[in-house]
Design a protein around this ligand. Structure first.
Ligand SMILES: [Zn+2]
Length: 312
């Protein structure tokens, strides 16, 4: 049994679910900073948590920061920026995507996800240091799952805000080589970089904060090795992760429409064309079988519904 990690007093984590990434509030008399803001559909809940007694408790929010641009990490940006009139800081490598609102490369409409558009006020470069929550946070490039992602590391307390670069069990889906040849090597380089940091506690983008860093890195390396050996496995995992996620925000989806859907949604269409190469009907049937077998979804009438709320 492991006990909950002890975090510095200025660090407050709102553990969310698979639809919304965790929110990390770094409190300081110099201004409170929020890292990641959840999915747009739950923006009201994010606003309530951030405003709560455990959160800002009536004080202003000084800044919003994002680990990366995925919809479950930036979905509350627009609502929070409107409420608190505070700036939004994003990874410098992704700022041009937001400025152009590139729904394809940000995996929004392209992956059947939605984000309310927001403006970028500040770019965070890898190697920059930030005094959030009266602590020094070093921003480090963590490409792989998202090629522009950052993680934030406090060396004094050996605490890492990892986004989706490292979870207790694995990391966020990675693009197959056939779609982005750089993603898999970048994932390995990022794990090597994280392993070199001597982290004691990880605050992941999804799941509880944890201290079992060595075992989580072992697991991540094993998963990565399996992915490196088999691009189809990477594609299958990505398809399942993205469709499970869509099912979380859609809540139900008519099974009879799935073959059309995987042709219409660019992410699934391109993944299938590049790697899986199945007829749409076969792709849809495979997706349903796999997710039923994994216990991720169940059938209800003619609809598919999420079984547990976990998108993997
Ligand atoms: Zn992500």
């Amino acid at each position: 049994m492991s006990s909950a990690p002890r975090l510095p007093a200025s660090v407050h984590v709102f553990v969310r679910d698979w639809l919304s990434a965790n929110n990390v509030l770094l409190k300081s008399r110099d201004g409170h900073v929020l890292v990641d803001t959840g999915y747009v559909q739950h923006a009201d809940l994010t606003l309530a948590l951030v405003a709560s007694h455990r959160g800002l408790a009536g004080e202003p929010l000084a800044k919003i920061v994002n680990t990366h641009g995925h919809s479950d990490h930036v979905g509350g940006n627009a609502a929070l920026a409107a409420r608190y009139a505070c700036p939004i800081a994003v990874p410098a490598a992704e700022a041009p995507l937001f400025e152009a609102w590139d729904e394809r490369r940000l995996l929004y409409g392209y992956a059947d996800q939605h984000v309310d558009r927001f403006a970028v006020d500040e770019r965070i470069g890898s190697g920059s240091v930030h005094p959030w929550g009266d602590l020094e946070w070093l921003a480090l490039a963590a490409p792989g799952h998202d090629m522009g992602a950052l993680v934030f590391y406090n060396a004094e307390h050996r605490v890492l805000i990892s986004g989706d670069a490292l979870w207790q069990r694995g990391f966020g889906f990675v693009m197959p080589r056939a779609m982005d040849p750089a993603a898999m090597p970048a994932t390995r380089a990022t794990l090597d970089m994280l392993a070199s940091l001597d982290v004691r506690t990880v605050i992941p983008g999804h799941g509880e904060p944890f201290d079992e860093v060595a075992s989580s890195l072992d697991y991540a390396y094993q998963r990565l090795a399996a992915f490196e050996a088999d691009d189809e496995r990477v594609a299958r995992y990505a398809a399942k992760a993205i469709f499970s996620y869509s099912l979380l925000h859609r809540r139900r989806f008519p099974e009879a429409r799935l073959a059309d859907y995987v042709q219409q949604v660019g992410f699934h269409r391109d993944l299938n064309a590049a790697v899986l190469r199945m007829a749409p009907q076969a792709f849809a049937a495979w997706l349903v079988d796999e997710l039923l077998r994994a216990g991720a979804i169940r059938r209800e009438g003619g609809d598919l519904v999420p079984a547990t709320g976990e998108a993997g």
